[in-house]
Design a binder for this molecule. Structure first.
Ligand code: ATP
Ligand code: MG
Length: 380
């Protein structure tokens, strides 16, 4: 009899056809990497993954946050015999202190007899015989006793929901525009959860935005890194670009022209480092620049897909996620950001592309972009 952690992965991984092996390998590597500082043993039994560790709770804390893991369960491993299964199932039932139960059996080991329906029936009968206070309720049981029969048998009653998603690093890469706000870290998390490798860029307007504002973005990067393993932050100086826009362009077009520069810079970095796409924390209608027309005009300068995973989310729901992923407390620290410093009184909410192109043509766009990238700082 041995206590183990059963790691179940997202059913989507089963649908990967010929690529399934690659997804599984990546997930396994990511799981092992998440617990590399803990003592553990990784065990496989007919396609199921188990982890043995003296530090079970610490392992569970880590593994349940690995993208692609659907569920983790504390299981008891016993010999694959009806007698051992029944005894352990009874112990699990008593431990749960539930009054109603059902038994569910999954039998991958086809050499084992009886079949899964009969195992459930027998185990249920054994529990009833030995415990007069409980009854079976197949529709709404307080406790479900799970029996997995492989080379060994595994019994468990408690299931812990994990983060889900797909293995990190399996679905291309993105350049996340990471400000110090609430939204962009959530957007990055959502992409990462779907397996997309993150890189982050922050536009820093020194001295209008302080060192503390930059530190806050570094701190957010570190929190996101808890989920992604590693994460590079590019800090690109943005002051000169903003100054040129303010000096030479119409006040009501400042924001949209600035956003086009942010997009150009993200794409230039993506090109330089072989990154497939760009991600922002924009949500439709949230502020004056996040109108459909605004998004169209900023996308115009992008040469790759721009993802906005929050586009259809309400702010309250975004905040819920940011609390859950623990970026919220850092995001609400009150440091200025470059967009709030230079806000026009009446920004254009319906910019027209040809007008904006004309307005910004007075700027030396290419050399501004090139210079900013030359002067960026990189934090690995
Ligand atoms: P956030 O909460 O992410 O700051 P926001 O609601 O404040 O978003 P905006 O300031 O309009 O919205 O910014 C929209 C998006 O543009 C951000 O989500 C982020 O992806 C990007 N962005 C804005 N400012 C910066 C910056 N200084 N550096 C990098 N990206 C930025
Ligand atoms: Mg912001």
């Amino acid at each position: 009899m041995k206590k183990l952690i059963l790691v179940k992965f997202a059913p989507e991984i089963f649908l990967k056809g010929l690529n399934r092996g690659k997804f599984e390998k990546k997930l396994k590597d990511n799981i092992k990497n998440s617990i590399r500082d803990l003592n553990y043993e990784f065990v496989e039994d007919q396609g199921r993954w188990f982890i043995y560790s003296e530090m079970m709770d610490n392992v569970i804390e880590k593994v349940k946050n690995v993208f692609g893991v659907m569920e983790v369960c504390k299981v008891t491993q016993v010999e694959a015999s009806m007698e051992s299964i029944e005894k352990q199932a009874l112990l699990d039932m008593i431990e749960s202190s539930a009054k109603t139960f059902k038994v569910e059996t999954n039998r991958a080991n086809k050499k084992f007899s009886p079949g899964s329906m009969d195992v459930s029936r027998k185990v249920g009968g054994y529990i009833l015989q030995n415990n007069e206070d409980v009854s079976v309720d197949v529709h709404n049981p307080e406790c479900t006793i799970n029996v997995e029969i492989r080379n060994m048998a595994y019994i468990y009653a408690k299931r812990i929901k994990a983060v889900g998603g797909l293995p990190y690093g399996m679905n291309g890469s993105t350049m996340l525009m990471l400000s110090g706000g609430i939204d962009s870290p959530v957007a990055g998390y959502m992409m990462a959860r779907r397996g997309v490798e993150l890189n982050a860029v922050y536009y820093h307007s020194h001295p209008y935005t302080s060192e503390r504002a930059k530190d806050k973005v570094k701190q957010l990067t570190n929190i996101l890194k808890e989920y992604t393993g590693k994460l590079t932050l590019y800090v690109v100086p943005f002051t000169e670009i903003q100054m040129q826009i303010i000096e030479k362009c119409r006040e009501d077009e400042l924001t949209i022209i600035m956003r086009r520069f942010m997009m150009r810079l993200a794409c230039a970095l993506a090109e330089k480092y072989g990154i497939n796409s760009v991600t922002t924390g924009e949500s439709i209608g949230q502020v004056a620049s996040q109108t459909m027309e605004g998004l169209v005009v900023s996308d115009d300068v992008s040469d790759r897909p721009v993802f906005r995973p929050l586009i259809a989310m309400d702010k309250v729901d975004i905040i819920d996620v940011s609390r859950k992923i623990e970026t919220y407390e850092t995001s609400i620290l009150p440091y200025e950001d470059c967009c709030t410093i230079f806000v026009p009184k009446h920004p254009k909410t319906k910019p027209r592309l040809i007008e904006i192109i004309k307005s910004e043509s007075v700027l030396d766009i290419d050399s501004l972009v090139e210079k900013a990238i030359l002067e960026m700082e990189i934090y690995k």
